[in-house]
Design a protein around this ligand. Sequence first.
Ligand code: EPZ
Length: 422
Amino acid sequence: MDSILIEGGNALQGEVQIIGAKNSALKLMVAALLSDDPVTLTNMPELADTGFLAHLMRHLGAEVATGPTGTMQICAKSLGEPVAPYDLVRKMRATFNVLGPLLARKGRAQVSLPGGCAIGARPVDLHLEALSALGAKIELKEGYAYATAPNGLTGAKISFPFVSVGATEHAMLAAVLAKGETELLNAAREPEILDLANMLNAMGARIKNAGHASIQITGVEKLHGVNYAVVSDRIEAGTYALAAAACPNSDVKVSNCVPSDLDALWAAMQRAGIDVQTSKTSVRIRRGPERLRPVDLETQAWPGFPTDLQAQFMALMTLADGASIIRETIFENRFMHGPELSRLGADITVHGREAVVRGVTGLTGAPVMATDLRASVSLVIAGLTAKGQTRVSRIYHLDRGFQNLEANLTALGANIRRVKDD
Ligand code: EPZ
């Protein structure tokens, strides 16, 4: 296994280019299962997670080829048995979203339930309820969802009891080929939802108001192929912005992103005393040598502060001049980075869904362990600011969602490298 070694203390200067969003790319890949025609995705990130999904899609009979510089071609003309086995689903939860498209294309599917995850139980009950509302008969047995829709799916009004990104996407993926009208109420509004709707509409779907809490879908008989560019990764953009903000005397331009997707982050960073200047496609982050102000925040569904940037923001707050309270409202166990940050000298107390971060004057390098994707990158950010050497182990978590992380940070002036563990 690999680790990352960081010698902290350098300022970050220069420019970093953001690639396509992991959390959009995965759903766009699944959307390609809805058509007989070839689909080409560009601005694709090359990540362990997109690799896991490609593997499952090949198993299902799709042809998946990765081309040069972020291109992926998918052709799902001849799908085979619609069975997604446990071994191919357990590694990455978003694979579960093949259930809806398989049902829509084949009238039946057997997909392993994804199980729990380090950040929370993450059930899929809302996904299953949405598919049932569209007419699927679903039985759960032996760890699998067995679903049938022999007469096809039928449009329905689906009101989600709370906002779920994955369930909204799954319902959209199934409803585009259902007979008649579907309405999704209390739908998620994340930019990745809009990206999925834009791609599906470019394939001939009829989805209105994606990005709003109420989405209307008129089913169509067939979807055609498309050439589609994945939206830029707002979480990757926010992560580099927070890395720059954490290192005194930094000046970094984060390019090829959509800053308006991250207004809640910029507001929180400005409250902390960071100079944030946004344009349409880039953001410049500057901070001087002075300590930052503490900021309280709460994670929320879009357009609130994203849970996927909570750990990175906590790393920033460890060095603030005072105490901040960070409340996690989306996942019940998303503070596992707290004890690891404390190993670097941070003062963090976690009470259930709330963490109190009392800013300290300095962090000191130490060996730490990654527990999930965003937690691991928060340890990297903390390591960039710590005195001495930080070793982050179990970085396979990082490879699930960050492409070229060490190379990008090195280009900005960080002292960071990947090493093989003994
Ligand atoms: C997506 O997960 C993202 N993953 C997550 O990113 C992100 O943190 C999350 O949305 C919130 O923005 C992908 O897009 C692949 P949810 P998702 O359904 O869709 C509960 C990362 O680091 N829930 O909006 O799974 C659930 O347990 C990852 O990149 C149910 O109870 O999130 C959670 O508490 C981590 N039943 C809440 O809803 C359900 O059927 C919101 O989850 C579905 C969800």
